[in-house]
Design a binder for this molecule. Structure first.
Ligand code: NAD
Ligand code: UGA
Length: 474
């Protein structure tokens, strides 16, 4: 096999990264067979569902890409061993959450799923296989993967059929909600590795749709570390603007004006300067904590403390919102109805992992509030899992304290509410008819807008009181 003509790819892990990434590769490289495998049978069944609205993740444009490639050269299955055996290149795209126990608990990445993949690849591969780290991994993980792949005694192989491996790092920079656009038109593709032939084999795949000048080739360790630090820099910007937002609220400045003023400096740039309820998502927190762990491990406690503060500020930002709401509602929310608009960690995704809405909702439930939660894409069963509490029925909710229930419409959520708290910047929340909605609420009624989505004039004309993050009370 010539490495530069990869014919068959296997991707282990059919999650938020593996699914969309492989769908785009298959779409753009029709001559390459792409098998996406996962242990989770329900997830694979959902990827194979003829009804494209039931794919396991919601991403704008994903359905069209899957429709073009699925059944042609894109296949989803649970046949992990078979897919590895027939592949020239194996992507490892499994979860790498924060370790829950043992050394490094609460900070280090739990690499058990990555290690399991490496062992399975070692067992099932034939010939020369390029193993690509797609998961976000601690710097120098490739050493461990290579060590597992190179275990000499393999019972299943005769001497002349002992497989060989090259390991590459190819971290993924897609953001949820814009995954397809990010994959089809990336800022850059990063490939780290020592084996130039293997590097070029992967470059050739991306060259089907990414221009050569956007493909960066680096050392393995630079590539692994760049992924963690890219996320740390992005998260740091959000904590910085959220810190400024709090200062704006107490000084009479407006964070949107400050963001515009500083963002027009081309050295700073205008992106990622939206103040909000704190960053969520599956990766920022875990990746910074992993970076903090690595800094300690490599004897750099001052560097570790520096990055820790980005997470501390984010936790504070989330907890101050619930406190502030209670304070504005005369010091108590017990048995008061509060409408929560948006539960996903950002718009255009159904993902709730580390969503600020979880902590804020739990704090308000703890204070005795009745939450009416609306989100256009998040399933109520996911909210139940996140809040670890069953929803109340409408009847039992009338007098109850510390409850939540899901509503299918914004109007239903706002009925009888003392306050509405906007936590996700869904487009539909920008176009609400506040004059009508105000008539459904109990006066004096508040709008707490943490995403700057409402029009302040409409709110005041509707007789509602507006508190906006980074500006305060209107
Ligand atoms: P995910 O949890 O959505 O998907 C991982 C999948 O891997 C799961 O479906 C799981 O069942 C499967 N899996 C685990 N072990 C397996 C095994 N041994 N064999 C077969 N399947 C196995 O995770 P994700 O969000 O796709 O993230 C994957 C990696 O990509 C993580 O390292 C993450 O940090 C990184 N990443 C995520 C994003 C994102 O937006 N979610 C973006 C960039 C990078
Ligand atoms: C982030 C990075 O943007 C991706 O490059 C990276 O690949 C990915 O993490 C990962 O490694 O998982 P994602 O978490 O999907 O992507 O979404 P972002 O758009 O980065 O938003 C993260 C959080 O920050 C959200 O809660 C969002 O609302 C918040 N945010 C973002 C702000 O509060 N303000 C902003 O200006 C931007």
């Amino acid at each position: 096999m010539m490495l530069n003509s990869i014919q068959s790819i296997c991707c282990i892990g059919a999650g938020y990264v593996g699914g969309p990434t492989m769908a785009v590769i298959a779409d753009r490289c029709p001559e390459i067979m792409v098998n996406v495998v996962d242990l989770n049978e329900d997830r694979i069944a959902a990827w194979n569902d003829p009804d494209l609205s039931r794919l396991p993740i919601y991403e704008p444009g994903l359905d069209a890409v899957v429709q073009r490639a699925r059944g042609r050269n894109l296949f989803f299955s649970c046949e992990v061993d078979e897919a590895i055996s027939s592949a020239d290149m194996v992507f490892i795209s499994v979860n790498t959450p924060t370790k829950r126990k043992g050394v490094g608990a609460g900070q280090a990445s739990d690499l058990r799923w990555v290690e399991a993949c490496a062992r399975q690849v070692a067992k099932c591969s034939k010939g020369h296989t390029v193993v690509v780290e797609k998961s976000t991994l601690p710097v120098r993980t490739a050493v461990a993967i290579k060590a597992i792949l190179d275990i000499p005694s393999r019972k299943n192989h005769t001497n002349d059929s002992i497989p060989t491996f090259s390991v590459l790092s190819n971290p993924e920079f897609l953001a949820e909600g814009t995954a397809i656009a990010d994959l089809e038109n990336p800022d850059r593709v990063l490939i780290g590795g020592d084996n130039q032939e293997a590097v070029e084999a992967l470059v050739n795949i991306y060259k089907h749709w990414v221009s050569e000048d956007k493909i960066l080739r680096t050392k393995l360790w630079s590539s692994e570390l760049s992924k963690l630090t890219a996320n740390a820099f992005l998260a740091q910007r959000i904590s910085s603007i959220n810190a400024v937002a709090a200062l704006c609220e107490t000084t009479g400045a407006d964070v949107r004006e400050v963001a515009l003023a500083i963002g027009t400096d081309s050295r700073i740039g205008s992106k990622f300067l939206n103040a909000g309820p704190g960053f969520g998502g599956s990766c920022f927190k875990k990746d910074i904590l992993n970076l903090v762990y690595l800094c300690h491990y490599f004897g750099l406690p001052e560097v570790a403390d520096y990055w820790s503060k980005v997470v501390d500020l984010n936790t504070w930002q989330q907890s101050r919102i619930a406190r502030l709401l209670v304070q504005k509602l005369f010091g108590t929310v017990t048995a008061k109805r509060i409408a929560i608009l948006g539960f996903a960690f950002k718009a255009n995704t159904n993902d709730t992992r580390e969503s600020p809405a979880i902590r804020i909702s739990l704090d308000l439930i703890e204070e005795g509030a009745q939450l009416a939660i609306h989100d256009p894409k998040v399933d109520p069963t996911q909210i139940e899992l996140d809040l670890k509490q069953q929803p109340s029925t409408v009847d039992s909710n009338l007098l109850a304290e510390g409850t939540w229930h899901f509503t299918d419409s914004v109007e239903e959520a706002l009925k009888g509410a003392d306050a509405v708290l906007i936590l996700t910047e869904w487009e539909e929340y920008r176009r609400l008819n506040w004059a009508f909605l105000a008539s459904l609420m109990r006066a004096p009624a508040w709008v707490f807008d943490t995403r700057s989505v409402v029009d302040s004039k409409q709110i005041s004309e509707a007789g509602l009181i507006l508190w906006r993050l980074g500006q305060g009370e209107d």
